[in-house]
Design a protein around this ligand. Structure first.
Ligand SMILES: Cc1ncc(COP(=O)(O)O)c(C=O)c1O
Length: 365
């Protein structure tokens, strides 16, 4: 085993999860076949064949789909567009993906954190928040499936309830779903977008976890009145997205690689998740608890009475990296002090077992 530090910090795929040979082949083919289009300026909404493929999967016209430079770039456009239409607070589940929290905080936006548990965002918390102030929030940002950072999935029952609340209040929602297809077991619940019909719920996903993050291709399925303005933000930011990488993804799916690649990735990730859960069960101290995700990249660990920021510094000296829980709550929030996000996506099962053992041994010192 290599003695390089063991990283549970980054939500990144292991090198062996990236289908680089097929992607290289697709790149060569599309550059030769469609070079004048991929190496030129073109529509801000993205490479037409991929846009059409995404639109067909979601049962919408291609004009409602915008391909973005990764999902996160799209979040920046979405938040700016929503906040300009309906200024106000943004609701998030707590914990939530740290980068959107940072983006919103940097823009001075009020972030309201809503409670969640093992079944995902608590609809009662959403209802209470909406009842507490008369002004409608700008939007709700939620990651219902294999959430980053917790690995939790919103239950089917709660999805229905959430959509009822959202519809009753006319609340705009951003459903961020980069992990939904990375499922190791069980059935996929309906998305909020499907349940609601796509008038209030914007759906976003990304090819970062299903193909490769380096293709930097995310996508948004937008409500009809918002799609053109969203696309205009893309045009006025980078004129044209990188068509070459979008065309590589289009070629990858056209060649029939998409589903088999997801099956392969899920097999690799399942072994990694299993190694992490087994290592936690083996040595986690009394009183600790952790999520048991059926897909995605992350396990959320609660270590009662442990300051995980301090633990992270000690772990670094022991050659193990993870992100302490407070990063996933709005700045200054009291939660997350004894939590940790452990990504199982990057390391091999052997190194995961070793890393978790090393981490937990620090608690016995
Ligand atoms: C919940 C969530 N949304 C969006 C992204 C952004 O992905 P990308 O910009 O690579 O498409 C990530 C990346 O880890 C994520 O975890």
């Amino acid at each position: 085993m290599s003695d390089a530090p063991i990283s549970f910090a980054r939500g990144a795929p292991a090198p062996e999860l990236i289908p680089s040979e097929e992607l290289a082949d697709c790149a060569h083919a599309v550059a030769l076949r469609d070079g004048t289009r991929v190496f030129s300026y073109g529509p801000g909404g993205g490479y037409a064949p991929l846009r059409e493929w995404v639109a067909a999967r979601h049962g919408v016209p291609p004009t409602r789909v915008v391909l973005t430079v990764g999902g996160l770039q799209g979040f920046v456009f979405f938040a700016a567009e929503r906040l300009s239409r309906t200024p106000g607070r943004v609701l998030v589940e707590a914990p939530s993906y740290d980068r959107p929290l940072k983006i919103l905080a940097r823009e001075g936006v009020e972030i309201v954190a809503l409670a969640m548990d093992d079944e995902g965002l608590d609809p009662d918390a959403l209802e209470a928040e909406l009842a507490s102030r008369p002004e409608r929030p700008s939007f709700l940002y939620t990651i219902p499936t294999f959430q980053n950072p917790s690995g939790r999935t919103l239950s089917g029952e709660r999805r229905v309830r959430l959509v009822e609340i959202v519809s009753a209040h006319g609340l705009a929602v951003l459903e961020d779903d980069p992990y939904g297809l990375v499922r190791f077991e069980g059935e996929s619940p309906a998305s909020l977008h499907e349940l609601e019909g796509g008038d209030l719920v914007t759906y976003t996903s990304s090819f970062s976890k299903t193909v490769a993050p380096g293709v930097r291709t995310g996508y948004f399925v937008l409500p009809v009145p918002e799609a053109a303005a969203f696309e205009e933000r893309a045009v006025s930011t980078y004129i044209t997205p990188p068509f070459l990488t979008q065309a590589i993804v289009a070629e990858f799916v056209a060649r029939g690689h998409f589903e088999p690649n997801i099956a392969r990735v899920c097999g690799e990730l399942r072994a990694r998740r299993d190694a992490m859960l087994a290592a936690l069960a083996e040595a986690a101290p009394e009183g600790s608890s952790w999520s048991r995700p059926k897909g995605g990249y992350f396990v959320w660990l609660e270590l009662a009475g442990v300051d995980t920021a301090v633990l992270a510094r000690r772990a670094e000296r022991a050659g193990v990296a993870f992100i302490a829980g407070t990063a996933f709550f709005p700045a200054g929030a009291p939660e997350g002090v004894s939590s940790a996000r452990l990504a199982f996506s990057y390391e091999t099962p052997e190194r995961i077992s070793e890393g978790v053992a090393r981490l937990l041994a620090l608690l016995a010192d």
